[in-house]
Design a protein around this ligand. Structure first.
Ligand code: ANZ
Length: 833
């Protein structure tokens, strides 16, 4: 063939690869080192989109790279196929969620086939298959056995539109649902939880080991999400109540300045205290509570919001000075952080101060805080500005004169001595709410007795399969649709004959994705969730790639479940993802693409018009993979031109007719070109491993140009150095453009597939840098000749000239007025006395 035709090339190689199945890896020992490279698996909401194209391009570059380095690479693919969109489509269009889901999966599979990521297609999984989700149920039972899965009634975020529970991070800062846009409200429901808070310290501390291999942004998001806070628990007596009330504080040093107490309106304590108050207070409290429940957590905590509250007609006793302080309910205190109650220190906490000023509560300074000039700062009661800085304790009895830090330690000792408090650590992290009142998910394998008792489904009875959706009302209404499947839900206990009912809730789909990476190791194994032996061989994942939208929850939950499985004895590692790459987004004209905005670049049409190779090269060349790509700024045509140029080099070598590559030992031929080729072979690995894919593509472009010059110049296409370059280009190009590279490889006389060709080591003799001689003139006279590497930077050349003794002598007592560096020829310096 004569000219580069991407369609013909795709048609040529697709059937060959289908036949060869080059990326399937077995479980047997090969003696080669291993890498496990995984892309976050897709959700089948339609066909693949440009975001997928990008993410799977980058993951594939890394998978193909490690194969080129001689590794066995496991690079599997599956589908995260349970979840709300399937169910919403079913409700809207009356289709079966199952049909909708699997039709989309088929569509995505065929797009993937053409796009050609190097997946091991023998290990495909879909989380909505009973063969998969039975192991979710197995995991649930293991967690239940260990006390890590439990049920409790609690306030949850409720999306009144979708009629479903939302996780905190699905509630946007303005209090609306990320899903439906509706205002989220609080609702009390009995729900299933996983006890992730037991793992808070390990989840936090183990992040340190990922410092060099995870984006620091993600590490920080994880750290903030867990939110460890060290301080003290202080117990306050409440008049007329037997049990003392604990509060959490990071500032026990300020105890003498606690002039009132605040409890969260939606806490049990507030309800109890209000119940014991006058009718008027009860009524006030009730309406305040209803108002508070309309607010999102973020709103409630916002600093600039006007403070509101209700006096609960009760008094607490400050344990350090016996003072009687009023107890209020206010929504800036959250029910599920710390103990849901605080000691308010208005002089030193801004929110407490705002509240005290609004309701005329006393403000007592207990730290003398000064400004930079040593002046005591103004009284917060007047200034309205709390003294949050460091200072010396005053008005605080035995703590007077101590620094803040010393006073914190001393106050804890005092409290411990009296048995009214102790050092304590609190976390922002809450237990993981895993139950959903929706249809399209994993049924929770628990049976309920009429007496309220619970028993786990026997492992041998798994999977608890989802009943068909036909006849069920899938519309969200706050209770699970599965409850309506009466036949399915009713079970007779074979042992006792008792009638039991199945738990009607389904699991959060984050459970499915928390351990899927392990299922790939034994995707077709009907006897176990995964093979611990294989997990030892392949795990943990060497390279994980995916979107930053999963920076918190998915990664946190996977890390948690990995630690649980480790503790249960199934895994010998505790962190699932050794290295993480977060790709940016694909934008158009600076905006996120979406159907509703009408600015969607369709993956399918790009693929059809330009082919997989040009698309992939464009994505890789657009910039560092972590950055956003604006599709308006890239040129797919430019990528196609580059591919054609690369391809023609192999064609020219083939047409030169010498035909057999074996006759060339590589030691003959154009040395300058060989140096270029070996420098590329030497640099490419470091660049790929540092995710500088765009630089690798740029280097390939340069290599193609240099090689073209050699072909068209004196060297000619029959020179062995040209063949050597063409082969290096094909191998490295195969990371980005597998079709063109395969075609080049074939033209160069090799069998498929270039994807399994191991890159040659560069010849050190060809890596020695060329040298240049740089003339240094001072005021027109040659003063020195410097021998420097050809690649020297201007700054280094200037430094070398300044360091030259003869130059220094010529400049003695004179002032440099001009310093002109013209690498590789001359440096000229002008001076005056
Ligand atoms: C007294 C005090 C004095 C406080 C002072 C701060 C400054 P972090 O660092 O975020 O953990 N707090 C405790 N529980 C709360 C709840 N459920 N809702 C709202 N606020 C709560 O914050 C800990 C501080 O936040 C605690 O220390 C408590 O106020 C407040 F000069 O106690 B502090």
């Amino acid at each position: 063939s004569d000219s580069y035709d991407f369609r013909a090339i795709q048609d040529r190689w697709l059937p060959v690869w289908d036949e060869l199945r080059p990326f399937e890896v077995g479980s047997e020992e090969t003696g080669r080192p291993r890498k496990y490279v995984l892309d976050m698996f897709p959700y089948p909401s339609g066909d693949l989109h440009m975001g997928h194209a990008e993410a799977f391009c980058f993951g594939d570059v890394l998978a193909r790279y490690w194969r080129g380095r001689g590794y066995d690479v496991l690079h599997p693919i599956g589908w995260d196929s349970f979840g709300l969109p399937a169910e919403n489509a079913a409700i809207k269009r009356g289709v079966d969620p199952r049909e909708w889901t699997y039709a989309n999966i088929d569509q995505q599979k065929s797009s993937f086939r053409l796009y050609a990521p190097s997946f091991d297609w023998s290990r495909v999984l879909h989380t909505s298959d009973p063969e998969y989700y039975r192991w979710n149920q197995w995991l649930f039972l293991k967690m239940y056995e260990k006390g890590l899965a439990y049920r409790k009634a609690s306030w949850v975020n409720w999306d009144p539109e979708d009629q479903t529970v939302l996780a905190n991070e699905q509630v946007l800062p303005d209090g609306t649902s990320e899903r439906s846009g509706a205002m989220v409200v609080k609702k009390k429901l009995t729900q299933w939880y996983f006890r992730i808070t037991d793992y808070a310290d390990r989840l936090l501390d183990d992040l340190d080991a990922l410092e060099d291999t995870w984006p620091s942004k993600v590490l920080n998001m994880q750290r903030n999400w867990i939110g460890r806070s060290r301080g003290a628990e202080v117990e306050f007596e409440i008049e007329g109540r037997d049990a003392r009330v604990p509060v959490f504080t990071t500032r026990p040093d300020t105890l003498h300045g606690a002039t009132f107490m605040v409890v969260a309106p939606d806490s049990d304590l507030a309800a109890e205290l209000a119940a014991g108050a006058s009718e008027e207070v009860r009524a006030q409290f009730q309406s305040y509570l209803e108002q508070a429940q309309q607010q999102s957590e973020i709103e409630r905590q916002s600093a600039d919001r006007e403070k509101t509250g209700v006096f609960l007609d009760h008094f607490a006793v400050n344990p350090v000075n016996g003072e009687r302080i009023p107890v209020w309910a206010a929504d800036y205190v959250l029910a599920d952080y710390g103990h849901g109650a605080i000691m308010a220190v208005p002089a030193h906490d801004q929110r407490d101060l705002d509240f005290a000023r609004k309701y005329d509560l006393p403000v007592r300074v207990v730290l003398d805080v000064r400004d930079a000039d040593g002046e005591t700062l103004p009284d917060p009661a007047e200034s309205g500005i709390a003294l949050t800085g460091d200072g010396t304790l005053v008005n605080s009895g035995e703590l007077d004169g101590l620094s803040k830090t010393d006073a914190i330690g001393r106050a804890i000792e005092v409290l411990e001595g009296r048995g009214t408090g102790r050092a304590s650590t609190t976390y922002r992290l809450r237990d993981w709410l895993i139950s959903r009142q929706r249809y399209w998910g994993t049924p929770i394998p628990i049976l309920h007795g009429a007496d309220g008792s619970m028993r786990p489904v026997a492992e041998t009875e798994l999977p608890v399969e989802l009943p068909p959706s036909a006849g069920l009302d899938l519309k969200p209404k706050g209770t699970s649709p599965l409850g309506g499947a009466t036949k399915w839900a009713t079970v007779t206990d074979p042992a006792t004959g008792e009638t039991l009912s199945r738990d009607p809730d389904t699991m959060d789909t984050f459970v499915d994705s928390s351990w899927y990476y392990l299922r790939f190791l034994a995707a077709n194994d009907g006897t176990q969730a995964f093979d611990p032996e294989q997990a030892k061989q392949w795990g943990p994942i060497d390279q994980y790639a995916g979107g930053v939208e999963h920076a918190i929850l998915h990664l946190l939950y996977s890390r948690f479940i990995t630690k649980v499985l480790h503790d249960l004895g199934y895994l010998d590692f505790e962190e699932p993802f050794t290295a993480l790459l977060n790709q940016g987004m694909v934008l158009l004209d600076g905006a996120k693409m979406s159907k509703s905005k009408g600015n969607l670049v369709e993956f399918a049409s790009e693929l059809r018009d330009h082919g997989a190779d040009a698309l992939r090269v464009t994505l890789a060349f657009a910039g560092p993979p972590e950055d956003d790509i604006d599709w308006a700024d890239v040129s797919v045509q430019g990528s196609a031109k580059f591919l054609a140029r690369a391809w023609r080099i192999a064609r020219d070598v083939a047409e030169a007719g010498e035909g057999d590559s074996a006759s060339h030992d590589g030691s003959s031929g154009d040395v300058a070109l060989r140096r270029h080729t070996h420098r590329l072979l030497a640099d490419a690995p470091g660049l790929v491993e540092a995710y500088k894919f765009n630089v690798v593509v740029a280097r390939l472009m340069e290599q193609v140009n240099v090689t073209r010059k050699a072909i068209d110049g004196a060297t000619g296409s029959a020179d062995p150095a040209v063949r050597e370059s063409a082969e290096a280009i094909a191998m490295i190009l195969s990371l980005f453009a597998p079709y063109a590279a395969e075609d080049m490889w074939a033209m160069l006389g090799h069998e498929p597939t270039v994807a399994l060709a191991v890159w040659p080591e560069p010849d050190p003799a060809l890596l020695v840098e060329d040298e240049i001689t740089l003339v240094v003139q001072v005021d027109g006279k040659v003063r020195d000749r410097l021998t420097l590497p050809a690649s020297v930077s201007e700054a280094d050349a200037e430094a070398a000239a300044r360091a030259s003794e003869s130059v220094q002598r010529a400049l003695e007592g004179r002032e440099v007025v001009k310093f002109i560096v013209r690498v590789p020829k001359i440096i000229s310096i002008a001076s005056k006395p």
